[in-house]
Design a protein around this ligand. Structure first.
Ligand code: NAP
Length: 266
């Protein structure tokens, strides 16, 4: 069987570096090029930390897709760039695996439509950590019985979007099992804007941004005389790579658009 030809966008980033390692140690994966905003035309091996990687760097994703004809794009960049890359990948017949967060509902629908038109698999996963998926699933289960809930998501202070994709996705999943209701007192007033967090279908999501953190979330449920906290911690970016691997394998076999790893893991 031929290896899966992969392009990684954002290889110098914290996630991108882990993804380069993942591809290197996976026998049936082959890195054919990277997309970066600097070092166009150079080899990745000329960049510190990548001495063994003799693949070209492209600034222009279209040129990369045309010349390298990869099977899969792994995008780990920034919200605006990731959205552009995802669309271009599908237009050029490349299956996107996107960890970049910040897609709105309309933008996700547009990716789904394009994936259907092209008959190509695509995965957008706000969180590639298997433990985080379980946290979301357990929270969805708990919301059937404990309908009072708030979410606290905590990330490093270089994160560009808030709330996190995982926080929003958790609220969406909880909403499936919880009738919409505004958490807190009906007459509560914020004396400082934002004190009660961002609200999705009545569920407050509080975003913490601090250096030293990676990706953490706790979902807090309250009931009469009791509380339940479901918490997940990613301590480093390696925690996300088993989900990236699974997603690459999935887009090669499944020609549908999948949003969220929970739709792959049963
Ligand atoms: P990061 O360290 O800032 O890496 C982002 C990389 O993208 C940087 O190297 C940046 O280059 C590069 N970049 C920016 N514009 C680009 C362009 N036009 N073409 C190619 N590369 C470009 O961030 P990170 O922590 O690795 O996270 C990357 C993304 O993954 C973020 O959206 C984050 O929210 C998301 N994330 C997802 C998961 C998940 O499980 N799904 C987990 C963690 C993070 P410069 O540094 O030169 O700007």
């Amino acid at each position: 069987m031929n290896p899966i030809k992969i392009v990684i966008a954002g290889p110098r980033g914290k996630m991108g570096r882990e993804a380069v390692k993942l591809v290197e140690v996976t026998n049936h994966f082959q890195l054919v090029a990277v997309i970066d905003k600097i070092n166009d035309g150079l080899k990745l091996s000329s960049i510190e930390g990548f001495q063994q990687k003799d693949v070209p760097i492209y600034k222009d994703p279209e040129k990369c897709f045309q010349l390298e004809t990869p099977d899969v794009l792994i995008d780990l960049t920034t919200p605006d760039v990731g959205k552009k890359h995802t669309k271009l990948a599908l237009q050029y017949g490349v299956r996107p695996v996107v960890g970049t967060t910040g897609f709105t509902e309309d933008e996700l629908k547009a990716v789904q439509t394009l994936s259907e038109q092209k008959g190509l698999g695509a995965v957008i996963a706000p969180n590639f950590a298997i433990g985080a998926i379980l946290m979301m699933k357990f929270s969805q289960m708990a919301a059937k019985y404990l309908t009072d809930v708030e979410i606290i998501e905590m990330h490093h202070d270089q994160k560009l979007d808030a709330p996190s994709g995982t926080g929003l996705k958790t609220a969406e999943m909880i909403s499936v099992n919880r009738p919409e209701k505004r958490q807190g007192h009906p007459d509560e007033k914020e004396t400082l804007d934002g004190a009660r967090g961002a609200v999705y279908q009545g569920i407050p999501i509080h975003s913490v941004r601090l250096p030293g953190l990676v990706g953490h979330q706790q979902v807090m449920f309250g009931g009469d005389g009791q509380a339940l906290t479901i918490r997940h911690d990613s301590f480093n970016r390696a925690s996300f790579m088993s989900g990236v691997k699974l997603s690459v394998e999935t887009v090669m076999q499944d020609n549908n658009f999948i949003y969220g790893l929970e739709n792959i893991i049963e």
